[in-house]
Ligand binder design. Structure first.
Ligand code: NAD
Ligand code: MG
Length: 415
């Protein structure tokens, strides 16, 4: 796995400003932050398309403000609602249904695609953007977990470039610039990079014990100490599955085996990740925990733009602390690493079981410790797909794991 998909390939053409931007998942937490960046720099972007799932009201407000020519939503009912909410005299094309997001990802009128749908639903649209040769600002880490190999291959074939939005991976990208790839090749000189260190806040339950975890509620789990995020990634942060998915994401982005991707718990969320070089130097990226920073970096790269927001003041940040993660109390991190080691398709099962378990936990139907139990069982059931399988087989495995995990959860609660 030697190919970098997020380091700047020598052949990548410059992308002039204003950039034409399609935002997949504009009504979510990342999407809203991205539009806040665009609103601060209206001269740098033309918003070509916005998409939402079911939140017609927020999408209509965004569309009224940014006037894209294309909108997409999950189904016809939401499309109908959306049409009624749009201002008079504004008639964008409105697409509906899951395939609509792939169409937007590949549309000729956008050269920059922000992939910010949550979960496995973001995979096919991201793959479509990669196949169409877009510059992709990637927030949807699940796409790489599901089909990192297919996305890498598609980028290589089309010349698409992925820029990581996820704060840790964006931090790594920033700490790597000018080091890897200096020989002008996409493979770079990765022998200078010793390892990557992803930081993790530890989530809202950092420092708690097993008895505490057994009784936590969704409301407690949703209360992240440092970041404001969508519900799914907030629960993933509480279980440490987020860091597990991010280890896999880092392996795909930077072409390293998991043995060279470490995790450090850093509760202050100021150091966003570090790169260690073979001479022992560690380069870190620091900043306030606000996703507008990595979003603006990836949308404007290589230009840096001013952002109106509070600055990091290290004097008042007091102490920065670091410790190893507790993988016994939070098994999801280890499960993710085990899935990545098991086969290229075990991460599909990991991700699907996790999405089902998170949803059941949010609905109050299972406990917090049930989340890793259901995932572990799904990984044990999963039979590896063949190495060169296509997207359809991955999607089938995803659907099958969802069905089985739901049945498993029903059986356990019936006992
Ligand atoms: P969110 O739940 O706030 O928003 C998700 C967006 O996807 C919404 O626009 C929603 O309408 C849309 N959506 C949901 N289901 C869909 C479906 N089936 N088809 C099409 N669209 C659908 O999520 P978020 O927190 O913004 O996270 C988005 C992605 O970014 C996730 O992959 C997450 O892991 C990643 N990420 C988020 C953060 C953060 O701070 N929120 C940080 C790093 C990475
Ligand atoms: Mg992250």
């Amino acid at each position: 796995m030697k190919t970098y998909i997020s380091l700047w390939p020598a052949h990548a053409p410059a992308l002039p400003f204003p950039r034409t931007l399609a935002i997949l998942g504009s009504t979510g937490s990342i999407g809203v932050s991205a539009l806040a960046v665009v609103a601060q720099h209206p001269d740098l972007f033309r918003v070509a398309a916005l998409t939402g799932g079911r939140n017609a009201r927020r999408l209509a407000e965004q569309a009224a403000a940014f006037r894209p020519g294309v909108l997409a939503v999950l189904d016809e009912a939401v499309a109908k609602e959306l049409r009624l909410l749009l201002p008079a005299g504004y008639h964008p094309e409105i697409l509906a249904g899951p395939a609509a997001f792939e169409a937007v990802a590949a549309m000729p009128g956008a050269d920059l695609v922000l992939s910010a749908i949550v979960g496995a639903a973001g995979f096919l649209p991201t793959l479509a953007a990669a196949t169409a040769g877009k510059r992709i600002a990637l927030a949807n880490k699940e796409s790489l977990v599901l089909g990192g190999r297919l996305i890498r291959n598609a980028c290589q074939a089309s010349g698409a470039v992925v820029l990581p939005v996820d704060s840790e991976h964006n931090a790594l990208f920033q700490a790597l610039c000018g080091h890897v790839g200096e020989n002008g090749s996409e493979n770079g000189n990765d022998d200078e990079m010793a390892r990557l260190i992803l930081t993790a806040s530890g989530g809202p339950f950092h420092g708690k014990d097993a008895a505490f975890l057994a009784a936590v509620t969704p409301a407690q789990a949703l209360k992240h100490p440092n970041w404001s995020m969508g519900a799914k990634v907030s629960i993933d942060s509480a279980t440490l599955m987020n860091k597990g998915l991010e280890v896999i994401e880092a392996c795909h982005l930077y072409g390293l085996p998991p043995a060279r991707v470490d995790v450090l718990v850093h509760p202050q969320s100021i150091v966003h990740s570090l790169v260690e070089y073979v001479d022992g130097s560690q380069l870190a990226h620091l900043g306030v925990p606000d996703m507008r920073i990595p979003i603006a970096h990836s949308l404007c790269y290589p230009r840096r733009v001013a952002l109106a927001m509070p600055r990091l003041d290290l004097a008042s940040a007091a102490s920065l602390t670091f410790e190893a993660p507790d993988e016994t109390l939070f098994p999801c991190l280890g499960l993710a690493k085990a899935a990545f080691a098991a086969s290229h398709s075990h991460p599909v099962a990991l991700n699907a079981a996790n999405e089902v378990a998170v949803e059941l936990f949010l609905q109050g139907r299972i406990t917090f410790p049930d989340i890793p139990r259901l995932i572990e069982a799904a990984l044990a059931r999963h039979a590896a797909l063949k190495e060169n399988c296509g997207a359809a087989e991955l999607i089938n495995a995803d659907a099958e794991t969802r069905r089985e995990t739901l049945a498993d959860a029903c059986n356990r609660t019936a006992e």
